[in-house]
Design a protein around this ligand. Structure first.
Ligand code: NAP
Length: 523
């Protein structure tokens, strides 16, 4: 492999997370929060086709733990702006795509350096706009950096590919080209990490992009756009097209110049995007590529031969970390009948220690859910759950002005129950009893999703069977089913969980590249 960069990059390493139990880190975090508070309520313009724009139609982003507090005010794009953003991304693509790979890689690494230098500030924005506790926020920011560093290194590989077989009298090669203008549609639940990963992967591969951020977390997106500028990405290489998915989303997806859509979010929106993108429009000369990473209904199997204390800890962390609002969150615990009652007793005791409150308070394990509408929907599911099982913990909203909900556990749930089948995306855990390991595995796989899953067992044969039979994109054995690390646990799911693109894995950049084969006859 010929070197792509003059200065080689060190081997990839995951970004360390901060320990907020250390007084100096807790103090620095509180100071960062004070600093960013001074900027609350600021107005943010659109960034489209290399220039700032105002529309006067403002989206107020609020603090989920204190909804009366406006974190940022964002000009919403019109459909015309969405149209212009794609047109310009397409027009600028030929120039940007010729930026040497080495330069693109340097800019990707620079993004990580800038975020790293402002890590606590980004943590504080995540605490304030997404309702993350400090450790959850810091994990999100660290993951954003990991994506930049990892994809930069992967791009080195694709910029200098392995040789192909050489025909006599020819020089044969296969190179990787970027695709064109793409649309990046991230969710709010990892508002920095997922947006950064999706955007930087497309940019480092040589594509121009239009980012349509989540309407729940537009301030973090605006801060990220500032970082892209500072890192040296040309002003027309990306647009920030803030606006509601239902109004500007379709324009971006359907546009004839859109070459690809990279989406992470719910199943329903992903399927709609996939359907709209599949229909060729007049003048379109390619099949649009859709990367769609979607929802989950993730199960942890607790076998009769499990270490129960460890299983309870793993289930509680997976179910209630970030209020259960992770695509990888455990929302189904499937427990062997031989240990079912014992497991429930231990689970109930552990859930009783889970604290709910303002996420900036280090004493809170759980913060608020993202919005009033999410809270309403989750509480409706809890009511359904009360008919479908037995509430052994929580079951109600938690006190406070914010969107707080108690960590809720509903036991004795049938595998066909709605709360066992549908993604709730909140702190609600359904527990079902299995007759044996086979029954547990059948229940785990009885889902239209297939994102993450875990097995707690000491039995090597059951572990072997889970490796073969548990139909999920990310399987964990004797550990929690959340917390995938870039590089170590390439992430993506089966079935309705998406296209299994494996974010943070060695193949991910291929979603944003197309290989070209060249054979030159030697004179
Ligand atoms: P969502 O409601 O599907 O929204 C995701 C993004 O799509 C947002 O930016 C949203 O914009 C946009 N959108 C909505 N309607 C659209 C349309 N018609 N056309 C184009 N874009 C549209 O999901 P979410 O509530 O943000 O995120 C939670 C979901 O994401 C869960 O289902 C979770 O499991 C999933 N998720 C999956 C993964 C994974 O890797 N598999 C990772 C994280 C999250 P607006 O905000 O303006 O509506």
């Amino acid at each position: 492999m010929t070197p792509v960069l003059s200065r080689p990059l060190a081997a990839f390493q995951n970004e360390p997370v901060l320990d907020f139990t250390k007084p100096e880190n807790a103090k620095a975090a509180a100071q960062a929060l004070d600093r960013i508070r001074a900027g609350f309520g600021r107005e943010y313009e659109l960034w489209i086709a290399g220039a700032r724009h105002k529309t006067g139609d403002l989206l107020d982003s609020t603090n989920p733990s204190k909804p009366s507090q406006v974190v940022g005010r964002h000009h919403r794009a019109t459909r015309e702006f969405a149209h212009r953003a794609i047109e310009d991304a397409h027009a600028y693509f030929p120039e940007y795509s010729r930026t040497p790979a080495a330069r693109r890689i340097e800019m990707a690494v620079r993004v990580a350096e800038i975020i790293r230098s402002r890590k606590l500030e980004f943590d504080a924005w995540l605490v304030s706009e997404a309702g993350k506790t400090w450790p959850e926020a810091d994990a999100d920011v660290s993951e954003a950096n990991d994506f930049c560093e990892y994809y930069a290194r992967q791009m080195q590989k694709f910029a200098s590919p392995d040789p192909v077989v050489q025909m006599p009298g020819e020089r044969d090669e296969m190179i990787y080209l970027p695709l064109g203008a793409g649309v990046i549609i991230p969710p709010w639940n990892f508002p920095l990490a997922i947006m950064t990963g999706m955007s930087v992967a497309a940019l480092v591969a040589g594509n121009t992009i239009v980012i349509k951020p989540s309407s729940e977390t537009p301030t973090i997106a605006a801060k990220f756009a500032e970082v892209l500028h500072e890192a040296g990405f040309p002003p027309r290489a990306f647009s920030l097209c803030t606006g509601s998915g239902s109004s500007v989303g379709d324009v971006l997806v359907e546009h004839v110049k859109t070459r690809f859509v990279s989406f992470t979010g719910s199943r329903d929106v992903g399927l709609r995007i996939n359907e709209l993108a599949a229909k060729p429009r007049k003048g379109q000369i390619w099949i649009k590529r859709v990367v769609a990473e979607m929802g989950g209904k993730d199960a942890i199997i607790v076998d009769r031969e499990a270490d129960l204390d460890s299983a309870v800890t793993g289930v509680v962390q997976s179910a209630f970390g970030y209020q259960g609002q992770k695509c990888s969150a455990c929302s189904r615990a499937i427990v062997d009948e031989a240990v079912y009652d014992q497991f429930l007793d231990k689970l109930k005791a552990k859930v009783a220690t889970v604290t709910v409150g303002a996420p900036q308070d280090p004493a809170s394990y759980m913060g608020p859910v993202i919005s009033a509408s999410a809270k309403k929907s989750i509480l409706e599911y809890i009511e359904i759950g009360k008919q479908e099982g037995r509430v052994i913990a929580g079951g109600e909203a938690a006190p406070g002005e914010g969107h707080f909900i108690q960590p809720t556990v509903i036991a004795d749930v049938d595998s066909k129950a709605r709360i066992f089948q549908e993604e709730i995306f909140g702190p609600v855990l359904a527990v079902a009893k299995a007759r044996n390991f086979e029954h547990a595995m059948a229940m785990a796989n009885d889902s239209e999703y297939g994102l993450t899953g875990a097995l707690y067992s000491k039995n090597p044969e059951k572990i072997r069977r889970a490796r073969e039979e548990f139909f999920v994109g990310n399987l964990y054995i004797n550990r929690k089913c959340t917390g995938a690390m870039v590089g170590a646990h390439p992430f993506g799911g089966f079935n309705m969980s998406g296209t299994d693109s494996k974010a943070g894995g060695p193949d991910y950049l291929l979603q944003f590249l197309q290989p070209k084969s060249i054979a030159e006859k030697m004179q």
